[in-house]
Design a binder for this molecule. Structure first.
Ligand SMILES: C[S@@+](CC[C@H](N)C(=O)[O-])C[C@H]1O[C@@H](n2cnc3c(N)ncnc32)[C@H](O)[C@@H]1O
Length: 280
């Protein structure tokens, strides 16, 4: 892949998805896009970008983006976030703060950049196990990603059994056996999660406030201005007493002034008194 081809691909994926590809990603980009270039019968990467620019349909751009996302995830990744969420929800169980549909207590959680669904399903499974009364709440988990392939896979709720390797017996029991070598998310947990295609750098058709937002290992693919914009916008839909969970290698305070750190990679929106204290 020539310098010019790589830079055209870089510009396009940045413009569409906010993803910044470093030089180190060149080999990966070649291997991920070659299949598409061949399938379209094109002569090379320059011809592919010309095609996307001049004749490409939305589906072609979707394939382009799908090929360039990194979807690594797993059940109960960064365990301490789920323990923190569970104890926060415990405080809401004893004293609900917001009411929702049918006069029931309301709980809304957003898994932004949910990949193949392990993160939102971990939220659903761990909270239902800790608080069965949530079945009677107006409780919904919104799970979104820019990659249409991962959203379709997530919605099936079926995974290779190997995904549970390393989990404790207690956690393994939260899943059902499906076909040979497969496990399934139980229906009551699946029903809580709504999977949607959503690009985080475009307008969001979401209605908050969210009691918790998981946006983990997504912003690492963005440059600092895009990260800052993303976290500021998440703050606008996060409830004042809600929590934002980010990935262990992400640094929110370097890019956004709107949050205070309350735990390891766990944040809350700053209150007016935080802002006054900082100015004093
Ligand atoms: C490494 S996965 C993280 C999955 C999960 N949050 C976790 O931490 O295990 C990053 C996800 O972010 C998604 N992503 C990247 N850019 C995005 C964008 N502009 N809008 C929405 N999702 C995006 C990718 O498709 C990918 O599935």
């Amino acid at each position: 892949m020539s310098e010019r081809e790589f830079s055209r691909i870089r510009e396009r994926v940045y413009r569409i998805a906010g993803i910044s590809l470093s030089d180190a990603k060149r080999t990966l980009v070649v291997s991920r896009l070659s299949k598409i270039v061949r399938a379209l019968g094109l002569s090379g990467f320059d011809a592919y970008i010309d095609y996307l620019e001049m004749r490409g349909r939305p589906e072609d751009d979707q394939d382009f983006v799908n090929a360039l996302t990194t979807n690594l995830t797993r059940f109960f990744r960064e365990d301490h976030h789920f323990e923190h969420l569970s104890s926060f929800v415990g405080t809401l169980i004893s004293k609900p703060r917001r009411m929702g549909k049918g006069g029931r207590p309301r709980l809304r959680i957003w898994s932004a950049g949910c990949s193949t669904g392990q993160e939102p399903y971990t939220i659903a499974l761990s909270l239902l196990a800790a608080y069965p009364e949530l079945k009677r709440w107006d409780f919904r988990i919104l799970a979104t990603d820019i990659d249409s392939n991962v959203i379709s896979r997530a919605a099936t709720g079926i995974y290779p059994a190997g995904e549970l390797n390393g989990l404790s017996a207690q956690r393994t029991m939260l899943f059902e056996k499906a076909g040979p070598g497969e496990i399934r998310i139980p229906q009551e947990a699946r029903e809580l999660v709504a999977f949607k295609l959503l690009n985080l750098i475009e307008p969001w058709p979401v209605s908050g406030p969210f009691d918790a937002i998981f946006c983990r290992n997504v912003a690492i693919y963005f440059d600092k201005p895009t990260q800052g914009m993303l976290f500021d916008r998440l703050g606008q839909v996060l409830a004042p007493d809600g929590f934002l969970y980010i990935g262990h290698s992400e640094n929110l305070q370097a890019v956004s002034k709107g949050y205070r750190l309350v735990g390891k990679t766990i944040y809350q929106r700053k209150t007016d008194s935080d802002t006054r204290d900082a100015a004093a």
